[in-house]
Design a protein around this ligand. Sequence first.
Ligand code: PLP
Length: 396
Amino acid sequence: MVNQEFYHLGTAPSVIRQLFAYGLQQAAVVGPENVYDYSLGNPSIPAPAKVNQSIHEIVDTVDSIKLHGYSMAPGFEGCRNAVAADLSKRFGLDVKASELFFTCGAAPALISIIKAMIVDSDSEIMAIAPFFPEYRPFVTANGGKLVVVPADTKAFQIHLDAVEERITKNTQAIIVNSPNNPSGVVYTEETLKGLAALLERKSAEYGHPIYIIADEPYRELVYGGVKVPFIPCLYKNTIVCYSYSKSLSLPGERIGYVYVPGFADDSDAVYAAVSGAARIMGHVCPPTLLQMVIERCAEERPDLVAYDENRNLLYNALTEMGYECAKPDGAFYLFVKAPNGDANAFSEKAKLEHNLLVVPADGFGCPGFFRLSYCVANDMIKRSLPAFKAMIESYK
Ligand code: PLP
């Protein structure tokens, strides 16, 4: 007998992985140039040159025992100091190394803070649709309740009235992901200020802080000069989960952090609980080599030219054909309305008739839409356009 909840999580099919596997299988049959795979959010631009240079330098110069040894549980001072200095400079805050807890990417960062926030089986964590599907098991498998705020399917901002209706005395936190996976939308400062005012009012009403968990792996992936507000500057009770998976194209290296601002309510207790949660997950001492890389590369930013070209090509071509899309200012996703409102049927037909792989958004809490990950070769996008055209024509 094994734990049934984990058994089901371990055997539940992932739509994204199934599409990806289908693409690999079809590539062997029809040739890779005839498969248009928009399923996975795996970065397609290389890590900045300084990352690989730093790895060489570190391997050549750092004592082998230190290089391959454990770090302190929350990460090395040097790495945390470098990131704290960069955040302070960029956002005008006095971020301290002691407020950062390094993790193996955003997923363990999120799970640590979610665990820290779930105090009993009544604890509620909110997510705003559309949202990263893993939020659901991250909350429920840790004993909490996930409360979903329905999507604003016009601008993909946040319906504040819908948030207010769902806040109860058990609301511990709301997860805010901007730039958003899957919509590609960046929440505006006006939206976030409105949310901050609402949460301040509700926290006072219920007599305890309602935190924002800012899930920010796409913070640096933004186009056309759009600014991504840094939420701790707008709302003090914000805990940031960050990752270098997308910003430095390092998803396989597993490195990121939790930032618990010293000015947040009960910040010492929150930090300690994050540390305790990471401990029982076994997610302490993230990779030493990568911490040393981040120490040297804290100020590196991605070169977004290739993603921006893909974004413009796909957005312009699809909207010209008649598809309806949220305006994608960030991340590397395009969120498209299925022509007749049935995204599952659209995805299946596109797959079988054109080897065009798009992800229906039911798992993202937003049925009727599908997600395209445009972190792909520009050439593949060009080759896929006739398939998109044939698909929309078939619905007319
Ligand atoms: N949060 C969001 C919104 C994501 O899209 C992802 C990964 O795709 C993660 C968290 C997890 O990122 P990581 O690879 O750093 O664990």
